[in-house]
Design a protein around this ligand. Structure first.
Ligand SMILES: Nc1nc2c(ncn2[C@@H]2O[C@H](COP(=O)(O)OP(=O)(O)OP(=O)(O)O)[C@@H](O)[C@H]2O)c(=O)[nH]1
Ligand SMILES: [Zn+2]
Length: 190
């Protein structure tokens, strides 16, 4: 289902009125439509199945070592306040039976689960679960670091504070050594 743009436009008009604005003044006339268009874009992940991004994979029987794509930028929307949280995701996995996915597909999975009203913890575990279920790798590790606008521009007002979440599956859960190796690669700065 597509977003109901008419309903969003009406709601935004109501909010503008409720805060004491005049939705008919020149600068605001197009705002409900702009926001409806924007919501269609930033919530487009709601009607996607992110695991479809991993439908295509390559076979390389030889490669059963860690693959890590780090510093994947993302923007998401906090489900509590509907304001942005954004940062970087680091996604690693150890392929099994030569099931390698395209590197960009890992970033596409991050994009897809970001474009919904989200919790950072859920975003992190959804990325790990999708890769784990679809590619059956030896293990998956996902680390997400983000700044939440609901903690900076309002409320507790702590600009610069970062929230770090992680989700590990398979071997990364069982073996501290593999986890430590992945974490050192994530932290490595060239
Ligand atoms: N666990 C988790 N909490 C989040 C996330 N995004 C926002 N929050 C928190 O959700 C909580 C909502 O708390 P409430 O007390 O219901 O709302 P509030 O009165 O606006 O809270 P304050 O932000 O403390 O002013 C806050 O503590 C937010 O920091 C997230 O991704 N994960
Ligand atoms: Zn929030």
């Amino acid at each position: 289902m597509k977003v109901d743009k008419k309903k969003i436009e009406k709601a935004i008009g109501d909010i503008l009125e409720a805060i004491g604005e005049d939705p008919k003044r020149e600068g605001l006339q197009g705002t409900p439509k702009r926001i409806a268009d924007m919501y269609e874009e930033i919530f487009s992940g709601l009607k996607e199945d992110p695991s479809k991004q991993l439908d295509i994979y390559f076979q390389d029987e030889d490669h059963e070592e860690m693959v890590l794509v780090k510093d994947i930028p993302f923007y998401s929307t906090c489900e509590h306040h509907l304001v942005p949280f954004w940062g970087k995701a680091h996604v690693g996995y150890i392929p099994r039976n030569g099931k390698l996915t395209g590197l960009s597909k890992l970033a596409r999975v991050v994009d897809s689960v970001s474009k919904r009203p989200q919790l950072q913890e859920r975003l992190t575990s959804q990325v790990a679960d999708i890769i784990h279920e679809k590619l059956s790798p030896y293990g998956v590790i996902v680390v997400v670091e983000a700044e939440h606008m609901c903690m900076t521009m309002r409320g507790v007002k702590k600009p610069g504070s970062k929230t770090v979440t992680s989700a590990v599956r398979g071997i990364f859960k069982k073996e501290a050594k593999s986890r430590a190796e992945a974490m050192s690669l994530i932290q490595f700065r060239s």
